[in-house]
Write a protein of this length. Structure first.
Length: 169
């Protein structure tokens, strides 16, 4: 499955993406806004581990490609049990491509695809309180603020709120 958008392409990950993945993911500014499972420094070994995971996952995990290079990631994580009609969206983009509307475009197109082609009725994102750029991208893609989970996350030794944004079918 591929999505050809104006500014980028969303496509499945390939093992050949390891070098570009390590190149763009190795950025403290990115790692600081993501869960601890996203390491910093981000090594070539980390890239190979991610690609092995992504290629075997039942979730929808896609590369964001610009100029024939994987420069970021976006994914839909399907929930189960009583949350089986819900999915979580997550994403990151290499710093040289920030501020160009790429993430908002990717979020918008991926969520439309999910609502059209699956039985998912709710997609949410949980972001750290200090991630204003991510909040802006979500709102531009049609998400709405739902809740603030007070003191819900700890990153780099700092306890922060988590802000939840949601898009309903």
């Amino acid at each position: 499955m591929e999505f050809h958008l104006d500014k980028c392409k969303l496509r499945p990950w390939h093992t050949e993406d390891a070098d570009s993945l390590a190149k763009y993911a190795n950025n403290k500014k990115i790692a600081d806004k993501l869960r601890d499972g996203f390491p910093y420094p981000y090594t070539l070994n980390d890239a190979h581990s991610w690609l092995k995971f992504a290629l075997g996952s039942k979730d929808l995990l896609l590369a964001i490609e610009i100029n024939s290079e994987a420069v970021g990631s976006i994914g839909i994580i399907y929930k189960n049990d009583i949350y089986r009609k819900t999915a979580e969206i997550g994403y990151w983009l290499g710093e040289p491509f920030w501020g160009q509307g790429i993430i908002g475009l990717a979020i918008s197109n991926l969520t439309k695809h999910i609502f059209t082609n699956t039985d998912i009725i709710r997609i949410y994102a949980g972001i750290f309180e200090n991630n204003k750029a991510s909040a802006k991208a979500l709102v531009k893609a049609g998400f709405r603020y739902e809740a603030t989970h007070k003191n819900a996350v700890i990153k780099n030794g700092i306890i922060m709120d988590e802000t939840i944004y949601v898009l309903l079918k």
